[in-house]
Design a protein around this ligand. Structure first.
Ligand SMILES: [Fe+2]
Length: 201
């Protein structure tokens, strides 16, 4: 069996979860774990929590922050929250409204939370009426974390008409990027541009 956690860079790991269905499309799932300077773990967009994954994460340090970057990434938050009751859950205001059954400890804002500001920066990608995502940047590994804002599926991941739509949607190699339908929802171009400038900086 493969290792549940893969080291991606210094103090950052990824884990792949089972494929999940989104509007009938099979979506692979991947999370990231960052170990902060104080030794605690920042868990970004958690995938399904298996026993091997739990053991591997616990071996890295205590889970203190469970973070959902947008209102779509919420499927496994509850099991992580139950599994790690000492951790705080951070989510966007929209997810808090959507999942009233979850106890969101803090909403993600324009500035990095003091708990991780030394290690991780964050920018809210504004300007879309459809979806707002918070983009993170881990300084130690020089890694930017995008969830749905930038998608890059292998060429043969989606089959048949789904493959046709995915290629047209601009989320398949060798032409990955922001999905075209989401891109079209950024009607407030000024806000989007300001957020993008911050991300690029
Ligand atoms: Fe996603």
């Amino acid at each position: 069996m493969s290792e549940p956690l893969l080291q991606f860079g210094p103090e950052i790991w990824t884990a792949d979860g089972p494929v999940t269905s989104f509007h009938g499309f099979p979506y692979s799932t991947r999370m990231a774990v960052i170990r902060l300077s104080d030794g605690s773990l920042f868990v970004w967009s958690p995938v399904a929590l298996s026993d091997p994954l739990r053991s591997a994460v616990e071996a890295l340090g205590p889970v203190r922050h469970i973070v959902s970057p947008n209102a779509l990434h919420h499927l496994f938050l509850l099991e992580w929250q139950s599994g790690f009751p000492a951790a705080r859950l951070y989510a966007t205001p929209r997810l808090r409204r959507k999942r009233k059954d979850l106890t969101v400890d803090a909403e993600l804002g324009e500035a990095a939370a003091p708990d991780w500001a030394d290690d991780i920066d964050q920018v809210v990608m504004h300007g879309s009426f459809a979806l707002t995502e918070v983009v993170f940047y881990h300084r130690t590994s020089h890694t930017a974390l995008f969830a749905d804002l930038v998608q890059n599926f292998s060429h043969d991941w989606f089959k048949g008409w789904r493959g046709f739509l995915a290629r047209r949607g601009g989320i398949v190699a060798p032409c990955p990027g922001a999905p075209k339908d989401w891109r079209a929802s950024f009607l407030n171009r000024g806000s989007a541009r300001a957020s993008l400038d911050k991300i690029l900086a």
